[in-house]
Design a protein around this ligand. Structure first.
Ligand code: URA
Length: 208
């Protein structure tokens, strides 16, 4: 089965399990990941907001529009990446997801990752960053490429501020845009490094 089929199967599994999942009161509360099933880049946010819950699509509200615009501006049309969330149902009043909620949805996000095997994971905000980089502060590491071991595999993680934070202050907005502008250079660097020694050594935090 191809990735699109595997993702479809996963979405059906998630909907079938809605009664066992926190926050979901019906199947249609679930907002699945979307985008290119063969994407090399996966963006992971926190949880759907009001607009996302209404449209059943991730990142389509105010912060989503900003995310999609900056992706486009750095040569990554949103349809070419895969966009998802750590929690797949909107928390009431858009409050932060709890550790129990994050844990309940973890197997589904992990399966998305296993199917897609993205080259780079762009985390949006501290909750998705904590999945891969649990001991860091976002203010210290945003926009810096990291190589981490996750489930026994080396992956690149690029932690970014959440677009909602960028919308709250012009200083954050500048930072957010500057971090995204690094992506083309990072992609070129990864391509050049593939198969070389520096990539094989267990470097934890890298470069940019
Ligand atoms: N914020 C998120 O983290 N995810 C969305 O899908 C929308 C807003």
């Amino acid at each position: 089965m191809d990735n699109a089929g595997l993702l479809e199967e996963l979405q059906q599994k998630l909907e079938a399990a809605y009664k066992t999942l926190p926050l979901a009161t019906q199947k249609t509360d679930i907002v699945h990941g979307e985008g290119d099933s063969r994407a090399k880049i996966m963006c992971i946010g926190e949880a759907p907001g009001r607009e996302e819950a209404l449209q059943r699509r991730p990142f389509v509200g105010r912060s989503g529009k900003l995310l999609r615009k900056v992706l486009e501006e750095v040569g990554l049309p949103p349809a070419k990446v895969f966009i998802s969330n750590i929690v797949k149902v909107r928390p009431p009043e858009n409050r932060d997801p709890t550790p129990i909620e994050i844990a309940a949805y973890r197997p589904y996000l992990n399966q998305e990752l296993e199917i897609l095997k993205p080259e780079i994971i762009v985390t949006l905000g501290r909750f998705s960053m904590a999945k891969f980089l649990p001991e860091v502060k976002i203010s210290a590491v945003h926009g810096r490429l990291h190589k981490v071991q996750w489930e026994g595999v080396d992956i690149f993680v690029l932690p970014m501020y959440h677009p909602a934070a960028a919308l709250r202050s012009s200083r954050m907005m500048e930072s957010f845009i500057a971090d995204f502008k690094k992506i083309p250079k990072i992609l070129t660097w990864i391509k050049e490094q593939r198969g070389t020694e520096s990539l094989k050594q267990g470097i934890k935090e890298i470069l940019f």
